[in-house]
Design a protein around this ligand. Sequence first.
Ligand code: MLT
Length: 262
Amino acid sequence: MLTFVDTPARTAAPSPNDTLVLLHAFPLNGHMWEEQRGFADRGWHVIAPHFSGFGGSDLVSETPSMDDYADAVIELLRELRVERAVLGGLSMGGYASLTIMRRAPELVRGLILADARSEADSLEGREGRSKMLALAREEGAEAVAQAMLPNLLGKTTRAKRARVVEYVHGMIRGTPPETIASAIYALLSRVDAADVLPQIAVPTLIIVGEEDTITPPAMSQSMKQAIANAELVTIEAAGHLSNLEQPQRFNDALAAFLDHRV
Ligand code: MLT
């Protein structure tokens, strides 16, 4: 079973369907949702799984697919007897969320896509992945952290929020290189999810950091246009890791969505 950061609802008689599942970005882990665990005080059972090999979990496969990542979450929800959860993911977690919407949409009653996109990798993107794969294998997690941090975090965070920079740096540094390599395989081999967007029938919140250069705001705008019941919130002074860089603004958007739309 997928391991996860577990924050049970801190209210009387919680319902299994008040489950908020948050899927992490690459190459982080479920602890990236630390600032969202407080939703337990509002009656949500907050579950932040670690994909295979992340967060100290066992590496199940060296060559997983995005379908494998999605299926592990689907299996977890079934094991926990959750009938319909609110599902959210940031970037790689968003790709996995869209894959779950393709494979088991009946398990989802609200969707959050943060700093994500539906497109598969471009040729240039695939070349970049190959270089990152070589870097992970030859030089390890610290080299990956050095290469990725300037893109993962927005310019405001890099200039003003040293604690966030160090937190993200530590999470990447602590990830085994073989786990990083396996996730690059899943990212590289994922299929385009544009066909899933018009099939999404649940309320959807799309969030993007205004300084996100990996999945820039235009990508979120085009997902919003393709999903019938979607709203888009742009987070000021945040880059790609919007939930970590501006947790209060991110949580305000999430709270409004959970209180009024699902
Ligand atoms: C992530 O944050 O999960 C990655 O940047 C996703 C990607 O590289 O496409």
